[in-house]
Design a protein around this ligand. Structure first.
Ligand code: CAA
Ligand code: FAD
Length: 379
């Protein structure tokens, strides 16, 4: 067993750290305040290979593994959790799903531009009445021979307004319940496809979240991924990897807040000494260090398990559950360590606290992760 990252991983991590410092940090407060999408930064992430990290070079990806992907996401999320989720959806939900289950034609047409960052992807499973209860799909994809007719509404879709290519989960055979669900590739601009207004969110404000509306959208049959009825399995399998990405995002938020709190605690003086000399503050820092390290080990282990080709549903759920809880707790404590300064935008930690909350909700809430873990251990 070796807990040391090799030189290649360290170089990748350093490249992401440099990019985050130079390109994401300036303007991160303003983008959050204005809910402004990081267009330039995402473009550069494409150039650096960060938008298709695990896609093979055959399709223009970086050809790296899940651990490398996790290291990069962590560094990005330390500085800008919004950019991290844009990256995470494109990589682990859209590119991964297309490369693993798509046809050669689908990969050439859709995966290649997504992997290079030329185009952006979105993944649409959730609906107004189907979030945790994801099998309860109301969006329909009616089989019309050479095409499907898509009707319904998807909710809360990350990259919803800025994406070019959408993976839409929809029900084709209601009598077969989840075994009748399909996943279709839908392009922006297809007649009958409209994008709802942008959500005004608590956190990850510079990522865009929209509902998607489908009214008799004709989708060619060749845009279905996998066999008829594979859509729900596709979503579950893809989300297993997605949850490693969100664990890395949460880990990054926690680590970023901790780094700021640690530095501040050594600078800020009260009662004639740095606040880091007060035992109450030291204990907070000690707890943060322990919890972040535990979250990191779980997250890297989940990525490693995936890279070994072993089953990783439980590992991904454990990493996502723990890292998101740690992100929330750590960012709240980071605000506390900053006192009043933590409550204003210039010190970053209040944004991190707002950003942390979503990691306990999306890609399966903490309650759903516990359900997945419990089912695995009781199987
Ligand atoms: N891999 C493969 N198949 C799986 C699977 C997995 N990890 N998990 C479940 N399945 C299969 C089951 O085997 C079953 O298929 P069969 O009947 O053919 O065997 C089928 O899926 C249904 O499974 P369940 O009976 O377990 O279904 P359920 O209704 O009890 O719900 C659930 C399962 C785990 C709760 C699931 O609904 C779930 O994950 N809910 C949360 C949804 C979610 O995570 N949404 C995220 C949206 S994307 C997002 O949020 C992106 C973002 O923010 C950035
Ligand atoms: P509900 O399912 O209604 O849950 C409400 C509460 O009940 C939660 O606390 C939940 O944990 C609890 N609960 C529900 N069922 C159970 C149970 N069986 N046992 C115990 N507790 C339970 N979805 C996409 O498809 N694509 C995206 O790109 C995407 N991006 C998102 C971005 C943002 C900013 C947000 C807010 C959401 C996004 N989502 C996306 C949707 C997200 O995945 C769902 O919000 C999430 O899965 C929860 O579903 P829900 O909101 O319907 O809550």
């Amino acid at each position: 067993m070796n807990f040391e990252l090799n030189e290649e991983y360290k170089m990748i991590q350093e490249a992401a750290r440099d990019f985050a410092q130079q390109d994401l940090k300036p303007g991160v407060i303003e983008r959050d305040e204005k809910a402004a999408f990081p267009y330039e930064q995402i473009k550069k992430m494409g150039e650096l290979g960060f938008m298709g990290m695990m896609v093979s070079s055959q399709y223009g990806g970086a050809g790296l593994d899940a651990l490398a992907y996790t290291l990069v996401l962590e560094e990005i999320a330390k500085i800008d959790a919004s950019a991290a989720v844009v990256m995470s959806v494109n990589n682990s939900l859209v590119c991964y799903g297309l490369e693993t289950y798509g046809t050669e034609e689908q990969k050439e047409k859709y995966l290649r531009p997504l992997a290079s960052g030329e185009k952006l992807g979105a993944f649409a499973l959730s609906e107004p009445e189907a979030g945790s209860d994801a099998t309860s799909q109301h969006t329909t994809a009616i089989d019309q021979g050479d095409h499907y007719v898509l009707n319904g509404t998807k909710n809360w879709i990350t990259n919803g307004g800025n994406a070019d290519i959408y993976l839409i989960i929809a029900q084709t055979h209601p009598e077969k319940a989840h075994r009748g669900i399909n996943v279709l590739i839908v392009e922006k601009g297809m007649p009958g496809f409209t994008i709802g207004p942008k959500e005004n969110k608590l956190g990850i404000r510079s990522s865009d979240t929209h509902s998607l509306l489908f009214s008799d959208v004709k989708v060619p049959k060749e845009n279905r991924i996998g066999e008829d009825g594979f859509g729900f399995k596709f979503a579950m399998k893809t989300l297993d990897g997605g949850r490693i990405g969100i664990a890395a995002q949460a880990l990054g938020i926690a680590a970023g807040a901790y780094e700021l709190a640690l530095a501040y605690a050594q600078e800020r003086k009260t009662f004639g000494k740095p606040i880091s000399d007060h035992q109450a503050i030291q204990f907070k820092l000690a707890d943060m260090e322990v919890e972040i390290e535990a979250a990191r080990l779980l997250t890297y282990k989940a990525a490693w398990t995936k890279d070994q080709g072993l089953p990783y549903s439980k590992e991904a759920a454990m990493a996502k559950l723990h890292a998101s809880e740690v992100a929330m707790k750590t960012s709240i404590e980071a605000v506390q360590i900053h006192g009043g300064y933590g409550y204003v935008k210039e010190y970053h930690v209040e944004r991190m606290m707002r950003d942390a909350k979503i990691t306990q909700i999306y890609e399966g809430t903490s309650e759903i992760q516990r359900l997945v873990i419990a089912r695995e251990i009781l199987k």
